[in-house]
Design a protein around this ligand. Structure first.
Ligand SMILES: [Zn+2]
Length: 147
């Protein structure tokens, strides 16, 4: 197989794996009543490789993943549970949007990102027995200190 074919095969595998993990974790985390759509897209200038947009009052969520930006050996369970924690913490953002300044919203987003990460790491450890170092978050905390 040439590298392009290999990359395409790997992308197809990842798409299947992510879609399967979304169904599995939606059941495990009791999000069955949510309408969760998964899309694979290109983020352009946005950060990261996973994103969650949702309307909590309508129990509708769109999870988007940019497979080109995804680091090799990304753990799909961790990725999906992380985005699901964004679904569950969304009321915080919806409430904050009503009265916070842009700077306050940025701080809240950062704190929420940290909470989402810390909780998802613990859930994946408890349920799937996988251990993840808090590395990802150390990097972000350093970024924040530069402000
Ligand atoms: Zn996140």
């Amino acid at each position: 197989m040439d590298t392009t074919t290999e990359a395409r095969t790997e992308k197809r595998r990842l798409k299947r794996e992510i879609t399967k993990a979304v169904r599995l974790w939606a059941n495990r985390l009791q999000l069955q009543e949510w309408r969760i759509r998964v899309e694979f897209t290109t983020f352009g200038s946005e950060d990261g490789y996973g994103s969650c947009k949702c309307l909590s009052s309508y129990r509708t969520a769109l999870l988007e993943f940019d497979l080109d930006r995804m680091p090799p050996h990304e753990d799909v369970d961790q990725l999906v549970v992380h985005e699901f924690m964004h679904i569950l913490t969304m009321p915080l953002h919806e409430y904050a949007a009503l009265g916070l300044t842009p700077v306050e919203i940025e701080r809240l987003d950062h704190a929420a990102e940290r909470i989402v990460h810390d909780i998802s790491v613990r859930i994946v450890k408890l349920v799937a027995g996988k251990d993840f170092p808090a590395l990802l978050f150390k990097e972000r905390a350093e970024d924040a200190q530069e402000d």
